[in-house]
Design a binder for this molecule. Structure first.
Ligand code: APR
Length: 232
């Protein structure tokens, strides 16, 4: 394989599936059990905050007990050992990339183990339940605390930095994502326009499969370590 200099990795829920976390759109996924408009939009939070907070309290508890899998470990090794620049952009709100040792990481959809105050904007690590009766540790107001997670209709985090990296990369890896949610689903085109080689590593062809120059299908814990070995 050629020596790549600037690698951008995009990860999705499929990367964490083998760590025991549900994906969204698989048959038994999260959106098979909950409606997005009831639990993952600013309107849902305004309409019924306790229901939204309860949905994320359950997911926060689930994220607390899980461990990174061989795919997370391989991506951390790639960042550690590859001579080029490696940036990991994750759609996942779990802490598994950082637990595996990845350092240059952007959580574009936020993090389940952080809370955000709608009143004052304070962001803090938070591992317990959230409720409307909790007061913000900064402004002391109640009723504004939410998980620091990007909801549908909100702008993902650090989009400028992500676009800059995509515009300069020579290898783009998309791992464990269905390619159904923008702007992440459009990253492959930005990378192709920059002349990067684009690879999809996924259990099965995603919605955007035809946009990738190369595809490797199979469970992440099998295909990602093998692909990383080929790069190092
Ligand atoms: N290994 C590799 N890929 C897998 C595995 C696995 N073990 N299990 C499932 N997959 C693949 C599925 O085939 C699917 O293509 O992972 C993908 C998961 O897709 P989604 O459930 O749609 O998750 P994701 O793409 O991360 O969703 C994007 O949508 O709901 C929003 O904010 C949420 O960040 C999420 C975004």
């Amino acid at each position: 394989m050629p020596e790549y200099k600037r690698i951008v990795i995009l990860s999705g829920a499929g990367l964490s599936a083998e760590s025991g976390l549900s994906t969204f759109r698989d048959k038994d996924g999260i959106w098979a059990k909950h409606k997005i408009e009831d639990v993952a939009t600013p309107e849902a939070f305004a309409r019924d905050p306790e229901r939204v907070l309860e949905f994320y309290n359950t997911r926060r508890k689930g994220a607390a007990g899980v461990k990174p899998n061989a795919a997370h470990e391989a991506l951390a090794r790639l960042e550690r050992e590859h001579p080029g620049d490696v940036l990991t952009v994750t759609q996942n709100i779990d802490p598994l990339h950082e637990m595996a040792g990845t350092q240059r990481l952007i959580h574009m959809h936020g993090e389940i183990l952080k809370k955000l105050c709608n009143h004052c904007g304070a962001r803090e690590p938070w591992e317990n339940d959230l409720s409307t009766v909790l007061a913000c540790g900064t402004c002391e107001k109640k009723g504004g605390l939410r998980p620091d997670v990007v909801w549908f209709g909100e702008m993902p985090y650090q989009m400028e930095e992500i676009s800059r990296a995509l515009g300069a990369c020579d290898l783009f890896l998309s791992i464990g994502t269905s390619g159904t949610v923008y702007p992440a689903a459009g990253f492959v085109m930005e990378a192709r326009n920059a002349g990067a080689h684009t690879v999809e590593l996924n259990l099965e062809p995603s919605e955007g499969a035809s946009m990738f120059a190369q595809a490797v299908h199979g469970p992440a814990t099998k295909v990602v370590p093998a692909f990383v070995d080929g790069l190092l």
